[in-house]
Design a protein around this ligand. Structure first.
Ligand code: ZN
Length: 484
């Protein structure tokens, strides 16, 4: 019995042979792909429960966003014209005022809107790291999407102590790991060398020992002071820090590596760890060519590099295909043309990302036996036609707006741009309401022309404890830069 049949599609399988079927069918039974084959005449009047005629359309595996934060989805547009220093200052103030001031309803609306955007952009799986993971697990679970979620552990950023955060993380894992038919899983997510104390790293090591199957998801080398930060926890450098706590292996996901060098790349490859690259946020707000991501070394040592949106609300883009495009443009600008082929980029958004998340036996390609996570894209328009190199079309001319139908675990979440698994109007209404609360409670002023942060000092906007922690961690530089 076939529950879902998609026929007459161009099927980009992303299997090990890179097979593309010009006129293909995909059969789905009990949430899994039961067949991927050339469309036969009989398929068109099939007795399958649900039939999608995908003539002229392309079907690809669902896209996987390998690194994202979600809590502040509703701040979109506020940060669009800031520079890196202003961004840090205002983000820091928001982190410390939003939770006590705005409460769960703000973050719940944020997760709902993020799920809706993720879904309509063809992103079927997200690897998220957030301060409100329970709300995330429920929003992702209820929306029908797939997500790996880690409570972000950062005692230099979050007012809760290391102990309190570790207890909560354990509770999260016990409650939400492997729920919603296996679509929601947990990770262990220390914020990185800059946000965590030695005491927190010790607790993370214990957590990892207790849950060895979970991914360890962290930021690393995202600032020039990374070595100094790691030294604060008694290590030679950030990789040594992970190594000392037995946290560096093939289940480790390392985000950014903006300031990593060739030797770091070799050590990451030796450990078999995966690298999550988020190019837009750093090119939008800061970075410089001299500090760009060490791609040639990562390629030389054959590291698995994949792509994430990071904080899409800061730079106003939820389009993962565009993110891949930015990755290539910035890599080519820095290191010369042909850093990645179009097909390489497609794999980084699908099968390679699935491998990073440890889910490549379930998702990431369209093959019999895998869960049915797929996206139907409309390329049958003058914007794309005529074409020959389909991977190049998918990575260069297609945008999220071309996503027509989205299926996760065999369930149709969106069909012909009509969202089936979420109440769109309800999500929009909650987002609008909470956004207005954000403005009235934090003092941000917004208009159609732009956004202005509150003009009172950061000292008046955040409580003493997190401020003291920040100064302890970042030193006087933080004071000079942010507290005027
Ligand atoms: Zn991040």
């Amino acid at each position: 019995m076939t529950d879902l049949l998609i026929h007459d599609a161009i099927v980009v399988t992303v299997n090990s042979e890179n097979q593309i079927l010009q006129n293909g069918s995909i059969r789905v039974t009990d949430g899994a792909i039961s067949a991927v084959e050339t469309t036969e005449l009989g398929d068109r009047d099939s007795t399958a429960e649900h039939v999608i005629d995908a003539s002229g359309k392309v079907v690809i595996p669902g896209l996987i966003d390998s690194h994202r934060h979600t809590d502040f989805t509703l701040v979109q547009g506020l940060f669009s014209e800031l520079d890196g220093t202003e961004l840090l200052k205002e983000a820091f103030a928001l982190y410390h005022t939003a939770e006590p001031t705005l409460g769960d309803s703000f973050f719940e609306a944020a997760w709902q809107l993020a799920c809706l955007r993720q879904l309509t952009h063809g992103i079927t799986t997200v690897n998220a790291m957030d301060f409100t993971p329970e709300l995330g697990a429920e929003a992702i679970g209820e929306s029908g999407l797939r997500g790996m979620i880690g409570p972000e552990l950062a005692d230099f950023l979050d007012p809760a102590s290391a102990d309190e955060q570790l207890v909560e993380a354990r509770r999260f894992i016990e409650t939400y790991h492997d729920t919603y038919d296996g679509r929601v899983t947990a990770s262990i997510a220390p914020g990185g060398e800059a946000g965590c104390s030695r005491e927190l790293w010790e607790g993370v090591a214990e957590l990892r020992a207790d849950y060895p199957d979970l991914r360890l998801h962290t930021h690393l080398y995202d600032s020039a002071e990374a070595d100094t930060m790691a030294a604060g926890s008694g290590a030679d450098d950030p990789l040594d820090l992970l190594d000392r706590f037995d946290l560096l292996d093939d289940r480790t996901l390392l985000t950014h590596l903006l300031h990593a060098d060739r030797d770091n790349a070799r050590r990451i490859a030796d450990a078999g760890a995966h690298v999550l690259h988020c190019p837009t946020v750093y090119s939008y707000f800061q970075a410089g060519r001299q500090t760009w991501f060490p791609l040639p070394a990562l390629q030389e040592f054959d590291t698995n590099v994949v792509i994430g949106l990071d904080d899409p609300f800061w730079f106003d883009s939820w389009d993962l295909i565009q993110e891949a495009k930015h990755a290539r443009l910035l890599a080519n600008f820095e290191y010369g043309a042909q850093q990645w082929s179009s097909y390489d980029l497609l794999k980084m958004l699908t099968i390679k990302a699935a491998r990073a998340l440890g889910l490549d036996d379930q998702i990431g390609s369209l093959e019999p036996g895998k869960r049915a996570d797929l996206v139907v894209i409309d390329v049958d328009t003058p914007r794309h036609q005529p074409y020959s190199n389909l991977p190049s079309v998918l990575m260069n001319t297609v945008t999220a707006g071309d996503v027509e139908t989205v299926v996760v675990n065999g369930e149709i979440l969106m069909e012909e741009r009509s969202v089936e698994s979420m109440d769109v109007e309800k999500v929009r209404a909650a987002a609008t309401r909470e956004r207005e609360r954000l403005q009235t409670r934090t003092g941000w002023e917004t208009s159609l022309a732009g956004s202005t942060p509150p003009d009172n000092s950061i000292l008046r906007r955040i409580s003493a404890r997190p401020l003291l922690r920040a100064v302890t961690q970042y030193g006087r530089g933080f004071l000079n830069q942010h507290i005027r």
